[in-house]
Design a protein around this ligand. Structure first.
Ligand code: AMP
Length: 152
């Protein structure tokens, strides 16, 4: 089995934070490159809303700036010395961008949380984890938060 490239998808939620050590440890073990990917929701594209370009472009610029700062923080705090990383901010529908990037970069494994942020995002976009599992070109490791594990 070859795992040269791992994509860790983060929405900066508790769910993705919990999946981070799995990504770092696997990258270390397989000597892989680790991509940290965050997707900024493209509201206009997803919901088919009309949004004036001038204002939305400005909002996206701010969102991209905060996303880069967040990625920087996650990488610094969670990496425990691992260095072969690349931070990537994309814009669009999260599952589409994650799987497109994975195909383009020939990613061997995607790692994400089973739960992300709740609220309006989830209502609009549904489950990113589920859609990534359904459409990914490579295997996906989804990591569940302990409080969401059901006793069967
Ligand atoms: P969800 O299925 O939306 O509850 O999210 C499950 C997991 O998908 C999260 O824990 C993240 O690992 C990943 N994810 C969700 N939204 C995004 C996003 N916008 N960018 C990158 N990863 C995401």
């Amino acid at each position: 089995m070859k795992i040269d490239r791992i994509l860790f998808a983060t929405d900066f939620s508790e769910g993705s934070d919990h999946a981070l050590p799995y990504a770092v440890d696997m990258a270390r073990q397989y000597n892989s490159k680790l991509y940290f990917v965050h997707v900024i929701y493209d509201v206009a594209k997803t919901a088919g809303w009309y949004v004036p370009h001038v204002s939305i472009d400005e909002i996206y610029r701010d969102m991209e700036k905060s996303a880069r700062a967040e990625l920087e923080k996650v990488c610094t705090d969670g990496m425990r010395g691992f260095k072969d990383i690349e931070r990537v901010v994309l814009k669009g529908v999260p599952y589409e961008e994650i799987t497109r990037f994975a195909a383009e970069q020939k990613v061997d494994l995607i790692i994400l949380g089973t739960h992300g942020r709740k609220g309006i995002d989830r209502m609009l976009f549904g489950s990113t984890a589920e859609q990534v599992v359904r459409t990914s070109p490579c295997p996906v490791l989804s990591v569940r938060l302990p409080q969401h594990v059901k006793n069967i």
